[in-house]
Design a protein around this ligand. Structure first.
Ligand code: ADP
Ligand code: MG
Length: 747
């Protein structure tokens, strides 16, 4: 089975070379129970270490099953040990943090044995060494004899042909010591046992052979009694490797068996994740925050996802063309008359004075009971439900979502919407255009009020009117002459007005003499023409109407023309669609659509517009903050390394023991990396969950998460996992710097 031929082993002492083994020639077979004795320093341990592949030899040859070993690489020795050798040491070398069961199970686990088999085998062995009661007790709480029994059970679990035991009873009292040797003898009948002992007499009853060493030489080799030679080990299968699942299980076991160390590591990981995600969050914030977006000179509303399309020939778009756009995969909606996005919209709502009244009940602003604000028209297809702080997305044209930094809007609130500003307006207090808020987005990054309308709104007459209103001029004509250019909310839509008529409200109603402005006085009943020139077709669109009445403007600064809303609908009736916005996800999709559009169309993606200076400033800031994030990650790496150095260092004993029972260095490396990555992933999940709780502590936790998209999360977790991987490599280097033998020798 095993043969040593002229084998010599030297140690470099302080002054001279020590010959620890001197031309040893000996052969052992399976079935033998060899007791090796000799004075201290005679070379017994060295002899065992060389045979078990823990230590090298300089001269001669060691044959295992007839195979030479002199040329073996460290990996081959690892395999050799894994396959052939089980150790039992004087100081037991079991893992204190594990239970008895886990210690025995570990030897089976490193062979890649499945769970059911492991459990059966381990319990069986534990029973055989008489530790059934203590099976789930931590090894640190066992007596010396129990520890050595655990070590024996573990050695047997390895199922290897050779058991080497270097003074296994050296730390035990006489009775216990005898029980242990008896047990060893009993359960290792089909193996080769090499037992080193000081005391031959007490081992004599069990020995089949006695070898005595003196000064590195064999001075006695005596057969004590017959033994049954076993040709082959009964071992069923050759040991397999740990495998990914096994490494993961080992990682979990190590994490759970050392809870204090695990918690400390988790604490450090949390620190790393929090600091890193805050740095990275501020980087993302700088990029995403609305304040940074430069608006396009022609398109005031350059929200991400708006792609403006028109025909190159300036012509009208047919329904077929719109349908084609609608059919594109990445187009979420097609908005005709999309100039509505570039208009401001006036909203009004009842103002609850109680809200702002001081506690004594006195009105703070007693005159205000109706508030008006201007907002930007947006399309609800650009929102996701998760963007909402409250409520849901709109489902019809009378529902909207508002997005603002203030908390003045609530779900269920009714707003009156004045579609037009500048050139015309509704009589907003009449309330005929009411919408209900169904969702709210709290957005602390903007001072703008955004009004998200449902897709069905954008096809309505009102939307068309609102869009066209602000384009080009509206004039009042009579007999082909332009009387006045209407500007600044001079056109008022008033449902009480009959369609086909209008009322003139003049601020010159009374001149110095108290009379009506003479230029209008006699012309009630005359026909006037409302005229509109459209930017796209340059045509003159007209609508004839009768002057119904002239009224005093009642203190208004401006004169006004009051018409029925349908008047404008009719005026704009035959204006076709010359420009649309395609609503899509982002710049990536917009770019793809642009490529698909072909030569017929002209397209602009306003969100990508930046002027040159801002472009450079933005790039610099991006680079700086991106660099800062990476720097912080590297810094965190070093901090984590320093903080965890001792915790990880204290793990080396566990790993040395696992290696001595057959785990490969590589497998343990991966397992440690898995441990760190697991902890990092848990820390990441906890941190992100805590950030999500910011609704409860808004002031303490920064609100970065709202900028994070899936890819941001992905980037962070990948970066953190890579970092923990590097940490793992680093700790592995430290932990595995020493060979198994030198690690054991130091104890
Ligand atoms: P034993 O186990 O019989 O007490 P060892 O095998 O430990 O003896 O040691 C045999 C000889 O080799 C001794 O002289 C010891 O001093 C020497 N020796 C053992 N290990 C080393 C080492 N790592 N470096 C130098 N000398 C060593
Ligand atoms: Mg020794």
């Amino acid at each position: 089975m095993i043969r040593l031929k002229n084998l010599s082993k030297y140690y470099q002492g302080k002054e001279n070379v020590v010959k620890a083994l001197d031309s040893i020639n000996i052969e052992f077979n399976i079935g033998e129970f060899v007791v090796i004795t000799g004075e201290s320093g005679s070379g017994k341990s060295t002899f065992l270490n060389v045979i078990s592949g823990l230590d090298t030899y300089e001269d001669g040859e060691l044959y295992i099953n007839g195979e030479e070993t002199a040329h073996y690489s460290p990996e081959e020795w690892e395999n050799y040990r894994r396959k052939n050798i089980s150790f039992i040491f004087q100081n037991y070398n079991i893992i204190d943090a594990y239970t008895v069961y886990q210690n025995v199970d570990a030897a089976l686990l490193v062979q890649g044995i499945d769970k059911a088999t492991r459990k059966k085998k381990a319990m069986n062995l534990i029973e055989r060494v008489g530790l059934k009661k203590q099976a789930h007790q931590k090894a640190s709480r066992l007596s010396g004899g129990e520890k050595q029994r655990t070590a024996i059970a573990r050695a047997l679990a390895k199922d290897s042909p050779i058991i080497v035991a270097d003074e296994p009873t050296g730390n035990l009292d006489k009775t216990t010591s005898e029980t242990i040797i008896k047990l060893l003898k009993e359960i290792s009948k089909d193996r080769l046992v090499l037992l080193v002992s000081h005391n031959y007499a007490s081992k004599e009853p069990y020995a089949t052979r006695h070898v005595r060493l003196f000064d590195g030489e064999i001075v006695e080799d005596r057969t004590v009694r017959e033994y049954n030679e076993v040709a082959e080990l009964s071992s069923e299968e050759t040991p397999q490797s740990l495998g990914g699942g096994g490494m993961f299980l080992l990682a979990l076991r190590n994490l759970f068996s050392m809870p204090k160390k695990t918690l400390f590591t988790l604490f450090i990981a949390l620190f790393v994740v929090v600091v890193f995600s805050m740095t990275y969050g501020s980087y993302v914030e700088q990029i995403e925050a609305t304040g940074f977006t430069q608006s396009h000179p022609n398109f005031q509303n350059s929200f991400e996802g708006r792609l403006v399309v028109s025909r190159k020939d300036g012509g009208e778009m047919s329904q077929d063309e719109l349908d084609t756009f609608e059919g594109y995969d990445s187009v979420e909606a097609v908005v005709p008359y999309d100039m509505i996005f570039d208009n401001w919209m006036m909203i009004g709502y009842d103002y609850d004075r109680e809200d702002i009244a001081p506690s004594d009940g006195e009105d703070l602003v007693p005159s205000v009971d109706f508030m008006q604000r201007t907002g930007r028209v947006q399309h609800s297809a650009t929102l996701d439900s998760i963007d909402l702080s409250e409520g849901r997305l709109p489902e019809n044209d009378s529902e909207i979502v508002v997005s603002t930094r203030s908390d003045e809007f609530q779900v269920g609130q009714t707003l009156s919407v004045t579609y037009m500003d500048q050139r015309a307006r509704y009589d907003s207090q009449s309330g005929q255009n009411e919408v209900t808020i169904v969702g709210v987005v709290q957005d602390t990054t903007t001072y703008q009020l955004d009004l998200y309308f449902h897709d069905s709104f954008f096809g309505s007459d009102d939307a068309k009117t609102a869009a066209l209103m602000n384009q080009s001029g509206i004039t009042l004509e009579k007999d082909g002459d332009t009387l006045t250019q209407l500007y600044g909310e001079q056109l008022v839509m008033d449902e009480t007005q009959d369609p086909g008529t209008f009322t003139y409200k003049t601020n010159n109603y009374e001149n110095e003499t108290g009379e009506i402005d003479p230029s209008f006085r006699d012309q009630v009943g005359d026909t006037y023409t409302l005229a509109y020139s459209h930017t796209f077709d340059d045509e003159h669109h007209t609508f004839d109407m009768t002057l119904e009445a002239i009224e005093d403007a009642e203190g208004d600064y401006q004169s006004r023309i009051l018409v029925h809303p349908d008047t404008l609908t009719t005026l704009f009736e035959d204006i076709g669609i010359h420009q649309v916005s395609l609503i899509t996800e982002d710049a990536f999709d917009a770019n793809e659509i642009q490529e698909n559009l072909g030569d017929t169309y002209y397209s602009v993606y306003p969100a990508s517009y930046t002027n040159q200076f801002d472009g450079i400033a933005r790039t610099v800031l991006k680079l700086f903050l991106g660099g800062l994030s990476i720097f912080v990650l590297v810094l965190m790496y070093f901090i984590a390394y320093v903080a965890l150095r001792n915790v990880m260092g204290s793990r080396s004993r566990t790993f040395v023991i696992l290696r001595s029972i057959g785990a490969k260095k590589k497998e343990l490396n991966y397992s440690l990396i898995m441990e760190l990555m697991l902890i990092m992933a848990v820390a990441f999940a906890l941190t992100m969950a805590a950030f999500n709780l910011r609704n409860f502590f808004p002031r303490i936790i920064p609100d970065y998460l709202r900028y994070f998209t899936f890819s941001n999360y992905l980037f962070m977790i990948v970066a953190l996992l890579i970092m923990s991987m590097f940490l793992g490599f680093r700790f592995n280097k430290k932990i595995f710097r020493k060979s198994v033998i030198s690690a054991f020798r130091e104890e």
